[in-house]
Each structure stands twice: as C-alpha cells, then as structure tokens.
Design a protein around this ligand. Structure first.
Ligand code: C2E
Ligand code: MG
Ligand code: MG
Length: 683
C-alpha cells in the first residue's frame, strides 16, 4: 500500500464522527481517531503512548466485566462482529451510552490478531429521546386541544384533549384540513384575515366558533403558530384550542348570581339598578312616566326569631310568588333586602292604576299564610315614587321611594304612601343636623349642664343630673329633646354618651380639686350604649381612671328606651348593678310601667315623669297615678324622685304623699358648671 493511500485512509479515519479504535489482543489501545480521543477525553500527551490505556480503563467495572467475560469470548469463538449498546467511561470517569460495533481481525489460522471498535456517542440521542418523551407527555396531558398540520395545512397529529373537545378520533381527521371543524359562524373574510396574520407575523389568536363531530357548535380560543425550517419555509402549523363553552357557562352563571336573588329567583338590587337606569333613560327620551314601588313585608325579624330562618325563607318565597301573579310581564320585580321588594312599572295609563296595583298587592300580602301548620298574617308597607316628578334619575327616584316607604312604616303598618316632597326637605334638614352633630362631638359645640336634685323636706341638694347641651353654630342652643332622638337614630348616641361620661368625670375632678364635696352625679344612658358588650367594664375603667368612686354616680335609663331592647338592657343593667352602680328608671309612667317588669329590673330609684307632676294639680287621674307610683316605690323599697316640680303646691302635695326627693325649676334649673360650682360653694 502506497504511503499516499495510507495517509489518505488515516485522514478519513481522523475525520470520522464516530470513535474508531484498534485494540491489541491484550486489550490495550493501539490506535484511536480524533473523535474517539475527544469522546474519551484522552489528552494529547498520551497520543504516542496509547498502549498505556487498557480497555478496562474505558468502562465501569460492571460493564468491563460484561465485555470481558461475555462479549469478547463470544466474539473470539464465533469470529464475527458484535454490535450493541454499551456504556463507556471517559478518562475522567464520566459515563455515557454508546452504540458499539466490535470487529475481530483474524490471521489465516483463524486466530484473533487485533480488534477494531467503532462507537457512536448516544448522549445527544438519549437526551433528544427523553425530551421527545416529555414533549409527548405534555402534548397528551394538556387540557388544551392541540392540532399539528403540515405546511399545506393537512392534519398530522392531534392530542387526546382535541378528541375530547371536538369528538373526532385522530384517525378520523389525520390527513384532512382543519376545515372539517368549521361552523358557519364566520364568513370567508374572517378566515382571510386569519391567514393574512399568520403570513405576516407567523401567528394568529382569537375566538372561533367551531363545530363538533356531533354537529354542536362551540366557542374556542384558538392560537395558531407556524414552525419554519432553516430555509424559512413553513413546515407545520400548531393550533392550540381552548374550549370556552364551560368558561362561558360559568360566567353566565356568575352573571346570573350577581343579578339574582337565590331564594326567590327574582332579580336583586344590582338588577334593579340596571333596569332602573335603563328605564329612566328610555322614559326621558320618550317623555314617559315610571312608577317605582317598594314593599316591606313587615315584622319579618320577629317571624324569623319565632319560626326560624328556613320557615321564614319559605314565607318570603311564597309572598314573592303572590306578587308575581299580580304584576304584568313587562314589570320588573326584584328582592332588594331581607323582606324588601321593589317593583318597577313602566307601562301604565294613570296614577290610579298604580294605586290600585299597590292596594291589590297589599291586600294579597296581608292574607294569612299557612306553611306546615304555622300561620302568620303580615302587615306590609308600600312606598311609591314616580319619574319624573319624584326623581329625575335612578338614584333620586329610589331615595324618594325609600322615603315614602319609611313614611308608610311610620304611619303604622298596613299602609302605603306616595312620595311627598315635604318629606325630603325634612330628611335633608335632619341629615344636615346629623352632620353638624358629628362634628360637634369632636369639636366644641357640646357641654354639660347640671340640675340639682333636692330633699323635699329641707331642700338640701343631694345630687345633680348631667344634662347635655348643644350650641349649634347656626341654630343656637338646641334642646336634647331635638338632637338626642336624632343621635339615637344615627347611632351617634354611643359616641355622645361616651363624651358625656368623660366630661362628667372631668367636671367632678375639677370640683374635687376646688375642695367641694362631690354630689352624686346622674348620667342619662341610651339603650344603644347598654347594647355595647363591654359597656359596664368600660364605664368602670373610665371612672376609676379619674380616681372617682362608683358611689358618686347614678345611671338613668328611660322606660321607653328599655322597651326597645329589654333583654339586652336587662343583662347590662344587671352587670352594672353587680359592679355597684345605682340605676334609676327615668320618665316612669310613660311606658309599660308593669309590675313584673319592675321586679325584673335591678333598680334603686324611680323618677316619676314630669307630665304627671305637671297635671296632678288639675287632673285627678294624674294625682292618683302619682299616689300609686309613690306607693309602688315604697313597696318595692325603691328611692323616688319627682321630676319637673315647678310649684310649691306640688312640692307640698308630694311630700304629704310620701315622696322624699324632687328635681325641678322650683328649686334649680339645669346650671352651667361654673354656676353649679358657685352654688355648691355657697352651701
Ligand atoms: P330627662 O332625663 O328626663 O331630664 C329631665 C328634663 O326635664 C331635662 O330636660 C330638664 O331640663 C327638664 N326639667 C327639669 N326640671 C324641669 C321643670 O321643672 N320643668 C320643666 N318643664 N322641665 C324640667 P332636657 O335637659 O331638655 O333633657 C331632655 C331629655 O334629654 C332628658 O330627659 C334626657 O332624656 C335626654 N338627655 C339629656 N341629656 C342626655 C344625655 O347626656 N344622654 C342621653 N342619652 N339623654 C340625655
Ligand atoms: Mg334623666
Ligand atoms: Mg325624665
């Protein structure tokens, strides 16, 4: 063989991508090409010394054992090549899979002279296969349908989600174009735009209506991407299909829930707002009228407590059905609160029709309802407001209807009221007053006056009653009779009441510092204060923080106030009494004044209401009421105070009847603090 041929063969061997090596019979390397040296990490320094590398250096012990004990003996005996997968280890000990061919070279006697090994590194292929397996797993397990087409849009591959969404098995669509999925919801221009986008930016996405195998049409979110080869030619289109039908159904359900009341299936407040806004817009443009009726079923709270929520729910549902029967198909009936419904009537001839409808509904709702042997008769109230007279937009119309409804409720149940403009003026005034009161609590406007209470026998002052005063920035001094009810209604009374307690304590500290002996101070409480769970402990801590004693105080609560929440007030009063507070029942005689009630309450004092004192001189009934109350107090061993004593004759009579204490203009008016201090000093 010429030298030239030899060096050409050497060059070919060196240029090969696979490992090519010759191995001596004693398993040492004789030759290895460049690819092999790289694969096995043989350093250039060993190039001339290859026989130092033994085959056992190129495999793990286990693999070498297999090679040495099984493969090589078999190869030598059979004298033919062996081919298979075998793991190599490079000289750094890094294992890698390979595809190996081993060829024995024999002499004329059939003895092996040396061996050629040809190996292909399988690392990349294995990695590629692992990646492919992973991709296939993703492809099959994703909930999105996937459809792969070739460059001419013929379907090549689909996953199981595709089958689930479209109903087509792979074999039914492979080779076809995606046209098989088309519905007739989109025209050609839609698809033209889609293809244009794909041509320009290699992708498209959007909502598409397609048809399933069973003929049903569904909405999907489709995104199409193209895959190009190295030459820039499109090889595949990959479509990802997200079925939106379920999502849309859920959205519709959420939408329904957001606009409907679950119990009655009627619309809710949200729907009322929408309909009302729409109706008002329409009525404006067509110069028509609208009627908005609000109903309150009445006493639902009591029914709830008596018969339970489930029964009450059924009742509300029954009542809603009754109303529904009376109204027109075009009218909107919605449930806006626990027992409040709104009815929007857009189509009526005259106001009389609405009056009649309201009356019919009222009478229907008043009828006795029997559910599971339990009976109730409701006393509904209805408020009515009209567009445009009572409100020019949805909000004001609704407010007017609400005002009319509360007016109807105030007028006693079982009534209906049209909106009256005077009412909003009144409401507006009250609102302004409430806002001013709110800022008075934090600002300057409030103060306390103190009205002394005296022993009738000698007119000795034994205590004072703290009475709140409000200097309104515009309206001047306002009577608590005006603003206390307002504060009670708005809940401000809790804050005001707290202010009174703190202020009374401050005043007493000032009196103590001025060296005065402290009179007992009576503080008026509203029932909302008693409803505060921590009221007794709060009160005690405020008083103790000022180093005052509970004996220095008396708490007054009116009889009518107690009646508003008897149970809660009773519990709080008991815990106040346990702490050592004296409790007086104010304005006695204006509420139930029942004996059993008096027995239950932890009282120390009764205050006879001033109306009886005022009238006892000229009215025998009042006189005997006063007599009876005095007797009652004696029997129950309660202290007794007569309120509003203005005349000496009243005082004389009271004393004669056995009343020991009084409060009234005859003795002292409520005094500003400085005047009270002067008075106390003068005694
Ligand atoms: P009340 O607790 O029954 O207080 C007695 C009211 O009768 C006081 O009216 C007092 O000025 C008035 N009065 C006293 N003696 C006479 C008299 O001889 N003749 C007449 N005509 N009236 C007399 P005022 O100060 O206007 O308070 C009215 C009501 O406001 C109080 O009635 C009380 O229920 C409530 N109130 C006052 N301050 C407070 C407070 O700090 N908190 C709460 N919750 N209510 C308060
Ligand atoms: Mg009082
Ligand atoms: Mg009173």
């Amino acid at each position: 063989m010429s030298l030239e041929i030899l060096s050409r063969q050497q060059a070919i061997l060196e240029a090969a991508n696979e490992l090519i090596a010759t191995i001596s019979i004693d398993q040492r390397l004789m030759y290895i090409n460049l690819a092999g040296r790289r694969m096995l990490g043989i350093p250039a320094s060993l190039n001339l010394d290859l026989e130092r590398i033994h085959v056992s250096n190129l495999h793990s012990a286990e693999v070498y054992q297999q090679l040495n004990e099984k493969i090589l003996p078999q190869l030598i005996t059979a004298s033919e090549a062996w081919e298979g997968e075998l793991e190599f280890c490079d000289l750094k000990g890094q294992a890698f899979p390979s595809h190996l061919t081993i060829i024995p070279h024999l002499n004329a006697d059939g003895e092996v002279l040396w061996i050629t090994g040809i190996a292909r590194d399988l690392r990349r292929r294995k990695e590629f296969e692992a990646q492919r397996r992973l991709a296939m797993r993703v492809f099959e397990s994703t909930i999105e349908g996937i459809m792969v087409t070739d460059g001419r849009a013929r379907i090549q591959q689909v996953n199981s989600a595709f089958t689930e969404i479209t109903g087509y098995q792979p074999e039914e669509v492979l080779g076809l174009t995606p046209k098989v999925l088309r519905s007739d919801h989109h025209d050609e221009s839609f698809y033209k735009a889609m293809w244009q986008s794909i041509a320009e930016i290699d992708r498209w996405q959007g909502e598409v209506w397609n048809r399933r195998k069973d003929g049903s049409v569904y909405l999907q979110w489709l995104s199409i991407n193209c895959v190009r080869n190295d030459l820039g030619e499109i090889e595949n289109y990959i479509s990802i299909i997200h079925d939106l039908s379920e999502l849309r159904a859920k959205e519709a359900q959420i939408q329904h829930l957001a606009h409907h009341d679950v119990l009655t299936g009627l619309g809710n407040r949200h729907q009322l707002n929408e309909r009302l806004n729409h109706a008002v817009r329409q009525a404006k443009s067509q110069q028509e009228e609208l009627a908005l009726l609000l109903f309150d079923l009445g006493h639902i709270q009591i029914i709830n407590e008596t018969f339970g929520h489930n029964w009450c729910d059924r009742l509300i549902s029954e009542q809603s059905k009754k109303i529904r029967k009376l109204i027109g198909a075009a009218d909107t009936l919605v449930r806006v609160g626990a027992d409040e419904f709104a009815l929007l009537v857009e189509d009526y001839e005259a106001i009389h029709d609405i009056t009649q409808l309201a009356d019919e509904i009222k009478r229907e709702l008043q009828k006795t309802v029997t559910i599971d042997d339990k009976q109730v008769a409701l006393s509904p109230s209805i408020g009515v407001a009209f567009f445009p007279t009572d409100g020019l937009n949805a909000d004001t119309l609704l407010t007017s209807a609400q005002t009319a409804l509360s007016e109807a409720k105030n007028a006693g149940r079982d009534s209906f009221r049209f909106f009256d403009h005077k009412m909003t003026d009144e409401a507006r005034k009250l609102l302004k007053l409430e806002q001013a009161l709110r800022s008075a609590i934090t600002g300057e406007g409030l103060s306390l006056h103190f009205q002394p209470k005296v022993q009738l026998v000698d007119q000795q002052i034994y205590g004072v009653e703290a009475l709140i005063r409000w200097q309104h920035p515009e309206l001047g001094s306002l009577s608590p009779a005006v603003f206390i009810p307002l504060a009670e209604e708005s809940g401000l009374i809790v804050e005001i009441g707290a202010w009174v307690v703190e202020e009374a304590c401050h005043a007493m500290v000032r009196w103590r510092n001025a060296g005065l002996s402290l009179p007992r101070v009576a503080i008026n409480l509203a029932v909302q204060q008693l409803e505060q769970e921590d009221f007794p402990s709060w009160l005690e801590s405020v008083i103790k923080n000022h180093q005052l004693s509970l004996d220095n105080f008396e708490l007054e609560i009116t009889e009518t106030g107690l009646m508003a929440n008897e149970l809660c007030a009773l519990a709080t009063l008991s815990s106040l009494q346990e702490k050592g507070f004296r409790i007086a029942l104010d304005d006695f005689g204006t509420g139930y004044s029942s004996l059993s009630y008096l027995r239950k309450l932890p009282l120390s004092t009764l205050k006879i209401d001033q109306s009886f004192i005022r009238d006892m001189g000229c009215d025998d009934i009042s006189l005997s009421i006063v007599q009876t109350i005095i007797q009652l107090a004696h029997n129950l061993k309660l202290d007794l105070v007569a309120e509003g004593v203005e005349q000496i004759e009243q005082a004389r009579q009271l004393l004669a009847m056995g009343c020991q204490q009084a409060q009234g203009f005859l003795y002292y008016k409520p005094l500003p603090e400085l005047e009270l201090i002067k008075l106390l000093k003068s005694l």
